[in-house]
Design a protein around this ligand. Sequence first.
Ligand code: FUL
Length: 695
Amino acid sequence: MNIRTHFFRILFCLSFVFSAFSQVKAPEAYGPIPNENQMRWQEMEYYAFVHLSVNTYTDMSWGKGDEDPKIFNPTNLDCRQWARICKEAGMKGIIITAKHHSGFCLWPSKYTDYSVKNSPWKNGKGDIMREMADACKEYGLKLGVYLSPWDRNHPDYGKPEYITYFRNQLTELLTNYGEIFEVWFDGANGGDGYYGGANEIRKIDRKTYYDWKNTYALVRKLKPNIVIWNDNGDRADLRWVGTEAGYVGKTNWSLLYATGDEQVNMLRYGVEDGNAWVPGEVNTSIRPEWFYHLREDSKVKTLSELMDTYYNSIGRNGTFLLNFPIMPNGLIHKNDEKAALELAKAIKEAFAVNLAKKVKAEASNTRGNSAKFGADKALDGNKETYWATDDNINTASLTIHFDKPTTFNRFLVQEYIRLGQRVKSFTVEAYVKGEWKELAKETTIGYKRILCFPSVEASKLRFSITDSKSCPLISNIEIYNAPQILTAPTIIREQSGDVSIIPADAESQVFYTLDGSNPTPKSKKYVGKIKTGNGKIAVKAIAYNPAIGKSSAAVEEKFDIARTDWKILETNDAEAYKMIDGNPATIWVQDKNKTMPVDFVIDLGKAEKLIGFRYLPDQNLKSKGIITNYKFYISQDNINWELVDEGEFSNITNNPLWQNKTFKLAQAQYVKLQALKNTKDDAVTGYSEFEVVTK
Ligand code: FUL
């Protein structure tokens, strides 16, 4: 070929490429789309919460609003420690509880005395918001604020005047501390509070009382780049996912209806035909509770739990908001730091080598046959380019050809959500020994979806969109072979006092200790129920997989006296014993012809030195009879009763955890838990487990 022909050929090709680029129309947006603030927020993916308030010093989940500010003294407070940990953990920002339900302000608000300025910390001259803002700046993190609308301290709460107070505080927070990426308006409201000494119940209409429309306008005026989180019945930029347990639905549309009440299912799965872009944020704590409790130092979530939360949030089109409870001394506990850093390391290892980089790929359909929308655009690592099909196409597939048989167990895929969330269902298949094998059959994708499946060796992978609202736009695909992380076993103690340890998978063996030492594969091997007698015990266990030579993190359960000789009185219902069978999955519900208060009485078999009790509510999604307010009585003879404790199980609706209550030492053989109120305002009372705490 002479130079001339060569030249014309190049020109021809170029003009073809040029025309392909210029003529093929880019797809149009379909349905609601994210705004720039939501987009920026979504791309942050992972960020922290920190919880600190007066109730950090009273071992309570919620402050009542009557706590003396003098108890607030985080002598070693170091926001730089928090920021360093979050940074090293791979997080992009920190949301601080500037004011929790107690009403106590972590900044010296000029609108109340109930703040750090009346605490001994820094002689009342300190400002935690300022220190947090400075630390975030230093570590390159974004700052967010949690401002509780419910204020159990303020005398005006419930009246119109409070809204002015609330907005004044919001203005202080959004004016004096630099850029704020997110504001969190917690919807919790238990009703009762101190309210400047009134000590009464103040219920508000969560939809109208706060006049969100004008509050939002104020927020947006002060901080145009912010995203608003709100579960107070008014649509904001982001949504709660209906649980604090650390997951959103596998199906997860970033859409809701713009108006109307949302059911828990809508929060969990989004709404396919929603007309507003309201993506989900998965908020959960690194320990069971949001605030620090000494007893939870051994309850920090294990690596496998945290990794699951990562996959069940970021891997399901959500963001991951992980909370650190701050200790009374003002620091994050070393166990929490260790857990967060281990998670960061595990994430790095899981996503170290992208096996879909530089592989060949072909698509069943490419928009206008244009290179601009080719399959390789889903593999180029550029989030602004994407593989697209022609309009009106709602099924399509993309096949990846590996250079050589490749082993993998993770599939990551992202839609180009700037033009809307479209994919309704898809499959992933592997070409193994000459045949296609289905690895996954799923629904939505959204901003990011990560699928986990057992390792498979294949020469090809086929990603097929089986239904889409409009032509699918796939901006990214990655494939990984993540190292296995073993799940820790579950430890339970039955009524007989016997301990069972249940591994999460059949291949794992279990090793345990009863002396507080850390178990290793050289410890005692679990071969069946362990007889432990009637006393208190602490069991630590690991799962170990001999095939890969790996152990899980150790779990520890501390059990009080065995419930062997306990009798549940005043009922003939055999189901009642489910609340002392050690199995959290079984419940006893009292709902027949009852009116509140509803109680149960237990004969402990002999007099015990009691200092507290523990109550685990029903763990099911549609749980019945979760008690919120209680009285606890003890008796020597089942005739004369002494009231030893009363109060609330705060936050039990959103986070149905073990409730731990303590009281002054007292000896008794009979105990009575009396329910005064439940989450549904009816007379149903349910119990998953009940224990006493002895000295
Ligand atoms: C809940 C609150 O009641 C908890 O105390 C915690 O702050 C959590 C993040 O939100 O609704």
